[in-house]
Design a protein around this ligand. Structure first.
Ligand SMILES: Cc1cc2nc3c(=O)[nH]c(=O)nc-3n(C[C@H](O)[C@H](O)[C@H](O)COP(=O)(O)OP(=O)(O)OC[C@H]3O[C@@H](n4cnc5c(N)ncnc54)[C@H](O)[C@@H]3O)c2cc1C
Length: 503
């Protein structure tokens, strides 16, 4: 049986980033990818003059890891910003309402923005504005309070804290428990901003990004900046106002998102091209993993080999049965990391067939808007330059997630009809589409629900007993590409150091 220093499982951006770091440091590895292409969810198609991202379409600038990797790979000059105006809209009463410029997730930082916030009623705006006087949560520690002990074993930390979970709607008994209390996005928003801002901002924007349930997703896991703002400043609005000037400078110029003229797949493609071809095994998934080190692996075609270290960069549902071969509890913890599925329908129309001016990046649909089935839509040709011929517009609509868990059971025709129907009604579209593409994303959106951080801390404790096994990927720590790059590179670095010290 052959033996490798490190086996990387999964060729998405997490696995590729780990492999890149191993290669840079001269550590021999193999990367095993089930499908015949690398990049995982990052996938771009060129179809009939249109550039279509099937999954993610942007890198965020606030988290530097992905942009830094692009620069290291020589792609810095090819990064492009979104087109202005970068206005995002929210549907209310069947109409599109723009979010005030300079607001953060629709939260105004100034009185002018608050007054101009036509999405919310006067009552909703007043309640939102009163956030500056809302009492600090009894669980939020005062500045200067002692940080809770970081009990995560070395290297794989979340950089976060151990949290007690609080189920949606419930409160943990007692007072001190709240010290590390986890809270849903919905509970946090209702407490600080009131019910209307929860329905029309938090639900479609913050939970919507994750195709999740606002009453279940953890604010601490996904938007720690909100929790930190309350803890340090006693008010999210006051905290965001303090940083508004700096944000306005950078964001006003180019906005917070970047991509490439030929779509986001440029990043994993370039990354893969830096790696030795013989180490990249496509079309051969990992079927079994047993305890080590050295860990014994078996691939779908029956090949067996051992690895001193394993970097598992798979979705949680794919990781669970494999790591269960090392530690059953670890497998169960991975299995408990849930996800949702979505469908994306991409449609192109002649510009003249769309009544709406599409001056912005797209819109989100709150779940309290019963007349619509889609959760959001991106106006791709308004958001990015060069994605469609000049006389056409390119749109993509999202359907499913926690709001409609059975969406992928619908036929292709039904999914396209639903998205097309909603877009037609909202944007005033006439005639037949020039292009139709449908992308199904089963179990693609990890749900970092209340209790997720505590579960990941438990995973890290179990991993301390399995030397050389690393678990990374969107399901566990950060969901976005930047987080995946950072975690992948960190795991690659750690594995390379361990391999060097063992040599
Ligand atoms: C629709 C959508 C839009 C998104 N938009 C954005 C965005 O704009 N910006 C952003 O930052 N993030 C976005 N995200 C999130 C981001 O795309 C993901 O977090 C990231 O791409 C996940 O990378 P990964 O490598 O962890 O996982 P994946 O990309 O899922 O890669 C895992 C790989 O493992 C392989 N695999 C599975 N089982 C096995 C096995 N047994 N053996 C070997 N290989 C296996 C899979 O084939 C896959 O290639 C979006 C996600 C979705 C679904």
């Amino acid at each position: 049986m052959s033996r490798v220093a490190v086996a990387v499982l999964g060729g998405g951006i997490s696995g590729l980033s780990a492999a890149y770091e191993l290669h840079r440091r001269g550590t021999p590895f193999v990367l095993l990818e089930k499908s015949h292409r690398l990049g995982g969810m990052i996938r771009t198609e060129q179809v009939d003059g249109f550039t279509v991202d099937a999954g993610p379409d942007s890198l965020v600038t606030q988290k530097p890891a992905a942009i830094a990797l692009c620069e290291e790979l020589g792609l810095g000059d090819r990064l492009i910003p979104t087109r202005a105006p970068r206005t995002a809209y929210v549907v209310r009463g069947g109409r599109l309402h723009p979010l005030p410029p300079g607001s953060v997730f629709g939260i105004p930082t100034g009185l002018g923005q608050l007054a101009a916030h036509r999405l919310l009623s006067w009552r909703g705006r007043l309640r939102l504005g009163l956030e500056t006087t809302a009492p600090r949560d009894r669980g939020a520690r005062e500045p200067g309070d002692r940080e809770p002990e970081d009990r995560e074993p070395g290297g794989q930390g979340l950089g976060g804290r151990e949290l007690k979970s609080q189920e949606p709607g419930g409160r943990e008994p007692g007072g001190r428990d709240a010290e590390h209390r986890d809270e849903s996005i919905g509970a946090f928003f209702r407490r600080r901003f009131g019910p209307e801002a929860t329905d029309y901002l938090a639900e479609p924007l913050l939970a919507g990004i994750h195709s999740g349930d606002v009453e279940r997703l953890s604010i601490q896991a996904l938007f720690p900046q909100f929790v930190e703002a309350e803890r340090v400043h006693g008010s999210v609005i006051r905290a965001f106002r303090r940083t508004a000037a700096a944000r306005a400078g950078a964001a006003a110029r180019h906005g917070p998102f970047r991509s490439f003229a030929d779509g986001l797949e440029t990043l994993p493609r370039t990354l893969a091209a830096c790696l030795p071809e013989h180490a990249l095994r496509r079309g051969n998934g990992v079927a079994a993993l047993t305890a080590g080190p050295p860990y014994a692996l078996e691939t779908a075609d029956g090949t067996r080999f051992t690895a001193d270290q394993v970097i598992c960069a798979l979705p949680a549902h794919a990781a669970a049965p494999l790591v269960a071969g090392v530690d059953e509890t670890l497998g169960r913890l991975c299995e408990a990391c849930t996800d949702t599925s979505i469908a994306i329908v991409v449609l192109a129309f002649p510009r003249s067939a769309v009544a709406h001016p599409l001056r912005g990046s797209g819109f989100v649909v709150p779940r309290v808007e019963p007349a619509l089935s889609i959760t959001a839509a991106t106006w791709i040709s308004s958001k990015w330059p060069g994605r469609a011929p000049d006389d056409h517009v390119l749109l993509r609509g999202f359907l499913g997630g926690a709001r409609r868990p059975d969406a992928l059971a619908l036929s292709d025709g039904a999914l396209v009809d639903i998205v097309r129907g909603d877009l037609t009604r909202l944007l005033g579209i006439r005639g037949e589409p020039a292009l139709v593409r449908l992308y199904r994303w089963p179990r693609a959106n990890p749900q970092h629900n209340v209790g997720h951080l505590a579960r990941v801390a438990e995973i890290d404790r179990r991993l301390a007993r399995a030397p050389g096994l690393h678990i990374i990927g969107a399901a566990f720590r950060g969901v976005g590409i930047a987080d995946c790059v950072a975690a992948g590179r960190a795991a690659g670095r750690t594995a390379a150091e361990v391999a060097r010290s063992a040599a």
